[in-house]
Write a protein that binds this ligand. Structure first.
Ligand SMILES: CC(C)(COP(=O)(O)OP(=O)(O)OC[C@H]1O[C@@H](n2cnc3c(N)ncnc32)[C@H](O)[C@@H]1OP(=O)(O)O)[C@@H](O)C(=O)NCCC(=O)NCCS
Length: 239
């Protein structure tokens, strides 16, 4: 009750703090993000049974690669089925996304990535965009029957958007933890870059959090270079 009344009294100031009470998160919408002190103030009013998140700026690199870029096809060390975009795969993309990001720092940078329904909604939003690039969107699965979604186990996903007449952007690439280090991420990027190239793109960019060394090495290994440093406002949980 105390918390709710604070929110009512300071609706214009309350930043988007995430609180959990007994493990149930409550999302408080923010209208101004410039006042992270509001979150600290709110923390004074709540008991130790409540955890809250701290607002931070995540440093990120904006990386870019020029096309055409010929990358050798390397079969991953495991049997993987590669599916070009089809609307029937939307749910499996979302599942692969959630499996890939739920325990990762990017789940704090973009909370929807750590949430199963958030990933479903994100996938629906991406594919509904006018600048969605199906040719640069791939799903990796394991499973015996590549013809039907029911028996497939989604293990990797990548999606593409067009951000200019000759410019593409990779949205989220993710490989489920159990399947990492087998060349699946590199093959997803290779296929996405071919897709962008087929649709006339000359450059492709993406953003990556600077602490995500695995992803940065992967991007560098296929030719991406750092163009810019940007900051993204987000939250990290604290006890
Ligand atoms: C980043 C990610 C997609 C890499 O997928 P992957 O299938 O494990 O990558 P690959 O096996 O294809 O590795 C390709 C290259 O990436 C680099 N790499 C991958 N994992 C690495 C690690 N843990 N440490 C260092 N380099 C790594 C290596 O250069 C590797 O080449 P090599 O095998 O010849 O050494 C995967 O770790 C992931 O899904 N992470 C969580 C989600 C995420 O952060 N996505 C990126 C958002 S920007």
């Amino acid at each position: 009750m105390m918390l709710l009344s604070i929110v009512r009294v300071f609706p214009h100031l309350v930043s988007r703090a995430r609180f959990g009470f007994g493990g149930v998160p409550i999302l408080i919408r923010r209208t101004r993000w410039e006042e992270p002190w509001v979150e600290r103030e709110l923390a004074k009013y709540v008991s130790g049974a409540i955890w809250m998140s701290m607002s931070v700026f995540f440093k990120r690199f904006r990386m870019q690669v020029e096309l055409p870029r010929v990358l050798p096809e390397r079969s991953p060390d495991t049997i993987v089925h590669w599916h070009p975009w089809h609307s029937k795969w939307c749910g499996l993309h979302a599942l692969a996304k959630w499996e890939s990001f739920r325990w990762e720092m990017d789940g704090n940078v973009f909370p929807c990535l750590a949430d199963r329904e958030g990933c479903r909604q994100l996938m629906r939003d991406i594919v509904a965009k006018l600048n969605f690039v199906p040719e640069a969107t791939w799903l990796a699965t394991t499973g015996e029957d590549p013809s039907g979604p029911t028996t497939l186990n989604p293990i990797g996903t990548i999606q593409g958007l067009r951000t200019g007449p000759v410019h593409g952007a990779i949205q989220n690439i993710g490989v489920a933890p159990k399947w990492r280090g087998k060349g699946i991420g590199r093959e997803l990027i290779r296929r996405a870059l071919i897709g962008f190239q087929e649709t006339g793109c000359k450059t492709v960019s993406l953003e990556v959090t600077v602490h995500n060394l695995a992803a940065i090495r992967l991007y560098q290994s296929v030719g991406f270079i750092n163009k810019e440093t940007v900051f993204k406002y987000g939250f990290v949980p604290v006890q």
